[in-house]
Design a protein around this ligand. Structure first.
Ligand code: GDP
Length: 199
């Protein structure tokens, strides 16, 4: 995917806030610090588009990025954060779940996991939530550069076993760019399905 334009559209800190529904949206979900911002920056080729922060869970809002004036990447706030005010931690669920359940233009959800950790309870809960909500999902196993070739293959196979049959699992590294085209293919398919009559 050649990205010719990418810009920040807006943010939502409360359910149903944020930009009015427009072009198809693909959401990027995952625990804090897993590499969601790095994924978005690598996909768009814009180093500073999504802020990659060393502080887990500092971003507690949905961030919307318009790509090629055609579709929107939505960076969801990370779940599983153990730090931060209780009030903000409690706010996560309604914020993210309302978006995932109700957003009319949402066409797919990429769940980012650390390739070394695979799916844990939070990811399994999210998968089952998405299944109930009827949302297409795929798993992006990131930080693949931290594993040698054989352990990487084993890790991806294990993650594939943890996911529902037929769900795509894509290995990725924001550091090396490995898997970038594969991730784009998944996202593009969702967007094209949601934009009948284009291309
Ligand atoms: P977010 O909280 O999910 O948005 O996570 P970030 O994108 O801010 O990444 C968290 C940390 O992991 C940062 O220090 C990144 O540099 C690092 N990171 C993210 N993706 C990768 C990757 O593919 N490989 C390596 N080695 N580090 C990564």
């Amino acid at each position: 995917m050649r990205v010719t334009a990418a810009r920040f559209l807006g943010a939502a800190a409360t359910p149903r806030a944020g930009p009015a529904p427009g072009p198809p949206e693909v959401a990027i979900a995952g625990r804090s610090n897993v590499g969601k911002s790095a994924l978005i920056n690598c996909l768009t080729g814009r180093r500073g588009l999504a802020r990659a922060s060393a502080t887990p869970g500092r971003t507690r809002q949905l961030n919307f990025f318009l790509v090629n004036e055609r579709f929107v990447l939505v960076d969801l706030p990370g779940y599983g954060f153990a730090v931060g005010p209780e009030r903000e931690r409690r706010a996560w669920k309604p914020l993210v779940e309302t978006y995932l359940r109700e957003r009319p233009v949402l066409c797919g959800v990429a769940i980012v996991v650390d390739a070394r950790r695979g799916l844990e309870r939070e990811e399994e809960e999210l998968l089952s939530f998405l299944e109930h909500a009827g949302r297409p999902a795929a798993v992006v196993a990131t930080k693949l550069d931290k594993l040698a070739r054989n352990p990487a293959r084993t890790a991806l196979a294990r993650i594939a076993e943890q996911t529902p049959a037929g769900m795509l699992v894509v290995g990725f590294s924001a550091l090396t760019g490995e898997g970038r085209d594969d991730v784009w293919r998944v996202l593009r398919d969702w967007v094209e399905l949601a934009s009948p009559g284009r291309e």
